[in-house]
Design a protein around this ligand. Structure first.
Ligand code: NAD
Length: 505
């Protein structure tokens, strides 16, 4: 049996439990079928076949989940940080123990290649461990003494929060939000993406089995426009942590406005990678390929705009095209696969539409530019390089969210900065140069929440993660996460020495 066949057989075993009945919700520590009869088909991108059905959460389900989170909040916030740390480390242990199941189910549900999803559970466990260790200090504040008063601050959890996540790497992204929320003392209602609901249920079960009390984490499945919307409007929910598209982010803000919800938005990107002629071009080439073609290009921080200095443009494109042509597109459970199928027929159609747009706009389709036909009916697309583009083209301005790279030449630093910044988005930017002064100048000028110099996106959990402009509001990571999930309270105590104003004497 080949490794692929053996992985397919193991994955089928893990998926079996989902086929018996529609996947429901997880509320107050219990599996719930949901109050309505409406279900969605959950389709595997590998072969376009239905894996299972998923319940569509409605008003009653969302209310039950929000009420459970509200009821569980006082006891969870009353736990000490040390107690929460112990429980969250147990969650990390339990995630690691089920890493194979998580990886295989995630691959079949999303189309992401196993070579990348193998590490997803480890990173998710790391998220829990990182925030677990910070739980005891999460409420710490400042001492701000004045002449006659001592002011001190402390942080307290904001309350029940909504966590709404996308489909690209759903398990890892969910933990990136839920772990700091729980460490802070908040309770959670999670609404995963309707195209990738499976590992969210595994996470809810794992957390509960590891000792997270009933009601502290709840899960409602369903469509965004209904279950997600209801959640962001619910009065018991104090804040919404959202990862997804920019236009959904703007809806989340307006839906939460009547109840004055705090929002944290991690949104889309059209991230530039700037390669200067003085760069280490070997390493730059590796990073350029990795940052757009890993994770099927379905990655918010993908470097989807390649800005190349004109003097190296032709030679770099030549070498890049050769590498792209050798990328291995195939079944996500094949250990050799580098690019799996896209998440859904609708997303495949969207990505394919940009090949037509590229032709109409006059860009050159240097590599790819079509569906990977041999792999039908799966939603596979050829890794694609669109060359000789300008930054005015839609292929340079809109987030395609697939294995599609748009290459644009530039002359000098000024033009590189102008092109990089001429975008509605501002999530990440990547700079490749051997000149440290140039790196500093460009890092300062480029409009992005995160800049990597001579590196692919290398994550360090204490650092702030987030974007500017249409790429988001707020930062995750380290203490920044607690700024969102907690309120800062100031307490002002008098030494008893100051004169209290007297009225009505
Ligand atoms: P999406 O915005 O369509 O959906 C995200 C989630 O929002 C889903 O759970 C969906 O059901 C829900 N939703 C949809 N409409 C809603 C509404 N009106 N109210 C409440 N919830 C609603 O995004 P997607 O297509 O699932 O994911 C891809 C997008 O996510 C890309 O734009 C990508 O860049 C972005 N993303 C950003 C980051 C980041 O950290 N910045 C990370 C990963 C993905």
């Amino acid at each position: 049996m080949s490794a692929l066949e053996s992985n397919i057989a193991t994955a089928a075993g893990f998926l079996e439990r989902f086929r018996a009945q529609p996947l429901g919700h997880f509320i107050a520590g219990q599996h719930e079928r949901g109050s309505g009869r409406e279900v969605l088909d959950n389709v595997s991108p590998v072969d376009a076949r239905v894996i299972n059905q998923v319940a569509c959460g409605d008003e009653r389900d969302v209310h039950a989940a929000a009420a459970a989170a509200e009821a569980a909040f006082p006891a969870w916030r009353a736990k000490t940080g040390e107690e929460r740390r112990t429980i969250l480390h147990r969650v990390a242990d339990a995630i690691e123990a089920r890493r194979e199941e998580i990886a295989l189910v995630e691959c079949m549900d999303t189309g992401q290649a196993l070579r990348f999803m193998n590490g997803a559970a480890a990173r998710a466990a790391e998220n829990f461990r990182f925030f677990a260790d910070r739980a005891p200090g999460a409420s710490e504040g400042l001492s701000l003494p004045a002449a006659a008063h001592l002011n001190y601050t402390l942080r307290q959890p904001i309350g029940p929060v909504a966590v709404i996540t996308p489909w690209n790497t759903p398990f890892m992204l969910s933990t990136w939000k839920i772990a700091p929320a729980l460490a802070a003392g908040c309770t959670v209602v999670h609404k995963p993406a309707e195209w990738s609901p499976l590992t969210a249920m595994l996470l809810a079960e794992i957390m509960t089995q590891a000792g997270v009390p009933a009601g502290v984490v709840n899960l409602v499945n369903g469509v965004g426009e209904r279950a997600g919307k209801l959640l962001t409007e619910h009065p018991a929910i104090r804040a919404t942590a959202f990862i997804g598209e920019s236009r959904t982010g703007s809806l989340i803000m307006s839906q939460g406005a009547p109840t004055l919800k705090r929002v944290h938005l991690e949104l889309g990107g059209k991230n530039p990678v700037l390669v200067f002629e003085d760069a280490d071009l070997e390493r730059a080439l590796d990073a350029v390929v990795f940052m757009i073609y890993s994770l099927n290009g379905e990655r918010c921080t993908s470097s989807s705009r390649l800005l190349l200095q004109r003097s190296i443009y032709d030679a770099f494109i030549e070498r890049l095209a050769a590498r792209i042509a050798r990328l291995k597109v195939g079944h996500p459970l094949d250990p050799a696969t580098e690019i799996g199928p896209l998440i859904h027929q609708r997303h495949l159609d969207k990505v394919l539409s940009y090949f037509r747009i590229a032709r109409e706009e006059g860009a050159q389709i240097r590599v790819g530019g079509a569906r990977a036909d041999g792999l039908r009916p799966g939603f596979y697309v050829q890794p694609t390089l669109l060359a000789n583009a300008t930054n005015l083209m839609r292929i340079a301005r809109e987030e395609i969210f697939g294995p599609v790279l748009t290459a644009i030449p530039f002359a000098d630093e000024a033009e590189a900065a102008a092109i990089a910044n001429d975008s509605p988005y501002g999530l990440a930017a990547y700079l490749w140069t051997g000149d440290s002064g140039r790196a500093l100048r460009m890092a300062y000028r480029v409009e992005a929440g995160m800049v990597w110099v001579n590196s692919e996106n290398n994550r360090h959990l204490p650092t702030p993660f987030g974007g500017v402009k249409a790429s988001g509001i707020g930062r995750d990571g380290g203490d920044y996460s607690f700024d969102f999930y907690m309120d800062t309270k100031n307490i002002c105590m008098a030494y008893g020495t100051h004169r209290v104003p007297k009225l009505g004497e």
